[in-house]
Design a protein. Structure first.
Length: 618
């Protein structure tokens, strides 16, 4: 209920402050205790949407202190007011009529049922539904009923909404799909895990083999024909809740559910797992490409280190040849002989060969070393391109999609030679030199360049992937245009902002200017901030230096507190808290909540401590 919430003073100021009519009505009560009690009940209704309990009179200390200050009366008078229940009841009816609140009757109950039923189609948690129901009653000036009544109505309507969802889902399932869904919960005779548990398995460390397993998951989910179902009629929040139930439940627990609920949960799970697997696939592809570049860069750096001595010898030779060329005492016809006197022809020939290798593009650019790992990329690239559909944002390059189609065609037909009309504009300029000309392109360089560009464009947001949550279309994160148009005026009205974007700039400038004006107007009397040449300066309260006697007393108090405070070991503290709030069960599957042993709890506590202290479970 609302009365369990601590109400900040700002909310009480907004809802409870009495106007002149309120003050006149309060003044009509005989006796100061009746005036205080009448004002308290009026403020209680405005704050919580209900009347306080009468026997004994329910007191909110913060609210009572606020109202006592409003009516300039002693808060202790409320005790005398609470002694006569007839006066409390009469005042409640008078306040209800004055504020225009309706009692919670059959008509209001039907309205609330319909509201909760509609809300339950998008909100699953009981606490959230209760809060929404209380807001609905408050906004419609209906007195909030007892907590047990509201709890019962919320549970009833949530279950009714669930059954409605289950019924609609069963009606939409094609023939044969229920049998395929049930097969996910059955373990084959030659395996210990059910297909459902296999789909729940984490992606593992990035590797071509792990990426191929993710594509196998996508194939398994697609073979159920569940992904062809349109779930746009089912709220996204409710989809996630139902899918989360399957993620947390074992195959045995799901088999115990009624068929409508079981199929609905599994359908939502497969859709959610499919989108998650696509995200994992893209993320792993990004890590594989990045890891390839990192290893290529390390190999390039190691090569440079190994060639340090030859480079040093080549520089010495260059220095000697330069000194010889600029030495005017050496005749021109003797320069060649002089150079060979200091450097042997064979040594100079070796140094020239090494310099030629290093100055060639194949040695000093990291992409050359990436191309050497072309076979590594071929282990996963064809399956990746076959399972993902890439699309462009307005900032993307159409030539990249054309290049991806070229790679898909090569993979499908088995051809090795690139086509004549090769789209090169989708490849960055820094890599086109490796690809070569249109007449003689290098397939290895072209494919590596396209896959690198694909990774970069996905990270930049220029390319989005169908079915992905993290890497999907940017517009998918916003309300649909028609839905936004329906809510646009109400949004700006509630926010107090101009709906016309042309007026927004002037409005915000005006608010900022008025805020500055208000600050500067009160600046001479502001004891907490001053404006100096260096800027704004906040004042600080001067601290008094304690005397030696006071310091000795403080040290004595610290010692006394240290001796009095009980010490407790961290495991004991965690177990004591678990005995009160039962937090450890959330680290286990629901089917083990009622069968936990002391050893299970100790393992959870040890794991939490290991991660909390950065030790790790090992």
């Amino acid at each position: 209920m609302l009365y369990t919430v601590h109400y900040p003073r700002e909310i009480m100021v907004d809802r409870v402050v009495f106007n002149a009519h309120d003050q006149n009505l309060i003044a009509l009560c005989r006796g100061v205790h009746n005036r205080l009690g009448f004002a308290y009940q009026m403020g209680f209704v405005r704050l919580t949407g209900r009347f306080p309990a009468q026997q004994p009179l329910e007191i909110l200390d913060d609210l009572l202190a606020f109202i006592a200050h409003e009516v300039d009366l002693d808060a202790a008078l409320i005790k005398e007011y609470a002694q006569r229940q007839a006066t409390v009841s009469a005042h409640q009816e008078q306040i209800r009529l004055y504020l225009g609140f309706r009692p919670f009757g059959p008509t209001e109950q039907d309205d609330l049922r319909q509201f909760i039923l509609n809300e339950a189609a998008r909100v699953e948690h009981l606490s959230a539904l209760k809060a929404q129901a209380e807001v609905f009653l408050y906004q419609h000036h209906i007195l909030i009923p007892a907590a047990s009544t509201l709890h019962r109505l919320v549970i009833e309507q949530r279950e009714r909404a669930r059954q409605r969802v289950y019924t609609q889902m069963i009606a939409r399932l094609p023939t044969g799909l229920p049998a395929r869904l049930d097969a996910l919960l059955e373990s084959p005779t030659d395996q210990t895990l059910s297909p459902l548990q296999t789909l729940k398995a984490p992606p593992g460390a990035p590797s071509p083999r792990a990426l191929l397993k993710l594509t196998d998951k996508l194939d398994e989910m697609a073979q159920t024909d569940c992904l062809t179902l349109d779930l746009s009629w089912l709220n996204n929040n409710l989809q996630k809740t139902l899918a989360q139930y399957a993620w947390q439940s074992s195959a045995y627990r799901l088999r115990q559910l009624q068929a409508p609920q079981r199929y609905t949960v599994l359908v939502c799970f497969l859709h959610d797992a499919y989108h998650d697997t696509i995200d994992q696939l893209i993320d792993m592809y990004n890590k594989l490409v990045t890891g390839t570049y990192r290893r290529a860069q390390n190999e390039l750096d190691d090569t440079v280190k190994r060639r340090r001595m030859p480079y040093h010898a080549a520089l010495q030779s260059f220095y000697l040849m330069g000194q010889t060329l600029f030495d005017e005492s050496i005749p021109h016809e003797a320069i060649r002989a002089t150079v060979f006197d200091h450097i042997s022809p064979q040594s100079l020939q070796d140094q020239l060969q090494q310099a030629h290798q290093w100055l060639s593009r194949d040695s000093h650019h990291v992409f050359s070393w990436v191309m050497k790992r072309y076979g590594y990329w071929r282990q996963f690239a064809p399956r990746l391109l076959d399972h993902l559909t890439f699309n462009l944002e307005p900032t993307g390059s159409p030539a990249l999609l054309e290049a991806l189609e070229v790679l898909r065609d090569l993979n499908a037909t088995g051809r090795r030679k690139l086509p004549e009309a090769l789209p090169l504009s989708g490849v960055p300029k820094r890599l086109r030199a490796f690809v070569g000309s249109v007449d003689a392109p290098n397939r290895r360089a072209y494919e590596c360049a396209v896959l690198t560009t694909l990774r970069d464009e996905i990270q930049r947001g220029n390319v989005w992937v169908s079915g992905s949550k993290r890497f999907g279309q940017l517009d998918a994160f916003f309300l649909p245009q028609d839905e936004w148009e329906a809510k646009r005026d109400d949004f700006f009205h509630r926010a107090g902002l101009p709906a016309d974007p042309v007026q927004a700039g002037a409005y915000l400038q005006g608010r900022l200017a008025s805020t500055y004006d208000g600050f500067l107007h009160t600046l001479p009397a502001n004891a907490y901030v001053t404006v100096e040449e260096q800027g704004w300066r906040l004042s600080t309260d001067p601290a008094d230096e304690p005397s030696p006697e006071q310091e000795a007393a403080i040290a004595k108090m610290h010692s006394w507190l240290r001796d009095k405070v009980d010490t407790i070991r961290l495991p004991d503290l965690l177990i004591a808290v678990d005995n009160i709030v039962d937090w450890s069960r959330h680290f286990m599957t629901p089917n083990r909540w009622e069968m936990r042993s002391a050893d299970d709890v100790c393992q959870v506590v040890a794991t939490v401590m290991a991660y909390g202290c950065n030790i790790g479970p090992e």
